[in-house]
Design a protein around this ligand. Structure first.
Ligand SMILES: [Zn+2]
Length: 126
C-alpha cells in the first residue's frame, strides 16, 4: 500500500470505506483521489493500481458513515460504485452514524389525485 500523504484517518478503520468498481482497475490512486473530491470529506485514496478496490479515507467517522449509508446510489465520475465496509480485527466495521436525513422526494404525480394540494399551489403567489 502506498501512502502518498499520511493522514490521521489512515489508522482509524471507522474513517475508511472500501469502494469497489471495475473501472478502478489499472487506475492510480492519485487519479481516483481527484474523482473522489466530489464526495464530502474525502482526504485521500489508497489503492494498488491493479486492484478494483480503493480505500477511501475520510476526515471523520461521521463523514465516512454518511457515505456508507448512501451506498445504494453512490457514484464516482458518473458511474455506479460499490461501497463495502473496511475490516477491523477480521470483522466489518460498524458505521454507526445514520445518514443525514433528507425528506424523501415524492414521485411525480401523473394524475390530479390531490386536488387540495394543487389548489394550495395555485393560491401561492409566484
Ligand atoms: Zn489516510
Amino acid at each position: 500500500m502506498i501512502y502518498k500523504s499520511f493522514c490521521k484517518s489512515c489508522r482509524i478503520p471507522t474513517r475508511q470505506l472500501c469502494v469497489k468498481s471495475r473501472s478502478f482497475q489499472n487506475v492510480e490512486a492519485n487519479v481516483l483521489q481527484e474523482q473522489f473530491q466530489e464526495w464530502n470529506g474525502v482526504l485521500h485514496v489508497c489503492k494498488r493500481k491493479e486492484h478494483d478496490c480503493a480505500f477511501v479515507h475520510f476526515a471523520s467517522d461521521v463523514l465516512a458513515s454518511v457515505c456508507y449509508h448512501r451506498r445504494s446510489n453512490a457514484t464516482i465520475n458518473g458511474k455506479r460504485v460499490q461501497i463495502l465496509p473496511v475490516y477491523k480485527d477480521q470483522r466489518p466495521v460498524h458505521y454507526a452514524q445514520p445518514p443525514l436525513s433528507f425528506p424523501p422526494i415524492p414521485p411525480p404525480s401523473t394524475s390530479a389525485s390531490e386536488p387540495q394540494q394543487q389548489q394550495q399551489q395555485q393560491q401561492q403567489p409566484q
